[in-house]
Design a protein around this ligand. Structure first.
Ligand code: PLP
Length: 403
């Protein structure tokens, strides 16, 4: 097999893989990956896999990207990987300006993950809402089908009873409403009680469900009337995944906060909250903090990633590639187990009439990495930088395993 990497640069795998000391919160697939290039991962036996998961939407620029390597090399050479937020460093300030200039926001807070970004947004919303409404105005309204993370606050706003049950009591004060339920939204969002409404413009873990723009606009109207913040969780669907820098751009909705994470720092851990001036002005020093948040190394890498993902030509290509992949998938509908296809850009879900796990295993055997989003949905999150020929190669394998 022709390799995407010269043999000598592939690290040797361990003689015997031993994960007996790793806590059993994951159920990883069998291959042990040791290297990656472009849209491909290489395992310890030298076998290549085409990756349609991109690290759950993280590796938007694929593996082994030269720009990311260069940004890392520059910070490594400076010796300044971390200095803490007691002191000023330039990359975070520049990254914040860059995110603000490309969005509705005027301020940015940096942290280390998607769940952390959502929890920070909850705190900021409560702080801001409390100015007008006091402690009573603390509730968070979330949507059925949502996923916002697995910490106590973000888990409370995640509509997965099975994830929640063993860990109760969670953060109190969360209400759920159904997507599209106008009456339910009107009843749940209250001037006296509601601090924020949180929604993913395209629900990811919940099955790849785009939220109808009219419903997001309704949530915008109701939150504005109630003096509550509208938080859009773009941890998975943001930063180019839909073919727009922000997934909400096409909805006409201007949020109060947007949370980002997965692809932001090219595989290094980084989350961010984008805020309007109005919310930001309620926040004072000490209200929130993160030891690692916005460190010089992650911030410099994120600047490189953001500039590349935000380029109009890059985003146009994502839209074009998304349409190509979707058209290929639509041809499978009705044949085999494929019931329907949904999603936006390069965030697509294939609804099956049968469990997804055996098909995902069959694809792995054929060298294609896939993930699920619920029991019967195959979720596709290929690198945004994927080559069209690689999309076609993936489609061929998908057609085989879903037939
Ligand atoms: C992955 C994800 C999160 C959680 O991010 P972590 O970095 O795993 O904490 C939150 N919201 C959405 C929409 C996600 O897809």
């Amino acid at each position: 097999m022709s390799s995407v990497l010269p043999e000598t640069t592939i690290p040797a795998g361990p003689a015997e893989y031993d994960d007996s000391a790793l806590l059993g919160v994951y159920k990883p697939a069998a291959p042990v990956f040791v290297a990656g290039r472009g849209s491909r991962l290489i395992d310890a036996d030298g076998r290549e896999y085409l990756d349609f998961t991109s690290g759950i939407g993280v590796n938007a620029l694929g593996y082994g990207d030269d720009g990311i390597a260069e940004a890392l090399a520059v910070t490594a050479a400076s010796g300044l990987l971390h200095a803490s937020n007691l002191f000023r460093t330039e990359p975070a300030a520049e990254l914040a300006r860059e995110l603000a200039s490309r969005s509705f926001a005027s301020k940015v807070f940096f942290c280390n993950s998607g769940a952390e970004a959502n929890e920070a947004a909850f705190k900021f919303a409560r702080r801001w809402a409390g100015v007008a409404g006091g402690e009573a105005k603390h509730e968070i309204v979330a949507l059925h089908g949502s996923f916002h993370g697995r910490l106590f606050g973000s888990l409370a706003a995640t509509d997965r009873p099975a994830y929640q049950q063993p860990f109760r009591p969670l953060m109190p004060g969360v209400r759920f409403i159904a997507v599209g339920d106008e009456m339910g939204a009107r009843a749940a969002i209250s001037t006296e009680r509601t601090a924020a409404v949180i929604a993913e413009p395209v629900q990811g873990e919940g099955g790849v469900h785009p939220i109808p723009a009219e419903f997001l606009r309704l949530l915008r109207d109701l939150t504005a009337q109630a003096g509550a913040a509208l938080i859009l969780d773009e941890v998975q669907c943001g930063l180019g995944r839909t073919g727009r820098l922000f997934a909400h751009e096409t909805t006409g909705v201007v949020p109060d906060m947007v949370t980002l994470a997965k692809p932001l720092a090219g595989g290094l851990p980084m989350g961010a909250v984008l805020l309007t001036d109005a919310i930001a002005s309620a926040i004072v020093p000490g209200d929130h903090a993160s030891t690692f948040g916005g460190g010089p190394a992650v911030s410099r890498v994120a600047l490189e990633v953001l500039r590349r993902l935000a380029a109009p030509e890059f985003l146009a290509e994502v839209r074009w590639k998304g349409e190509r992949l979707r058209a290929g998938l639509e041809r499978l509908v009705g044949s085999g187990v494929v019931v329907s296809v949904r999603g936006v850009g390069l965030m697509l879900g294939i609804e099956l009439g049968a469990p997804a796990a055996p098909r995902i295993a069959a694809a792995l055997d054929r060298g294609l990495l896939l993930c699920s989003a619920g029991e019967r949905v195959v979720r596709l999150l290929p690198p945004l930088a994927i080559e069209p020929a690689e999309l076609d190669a993936g489609l061929e394998i998908l057609a085989e395993v879903l037939a």
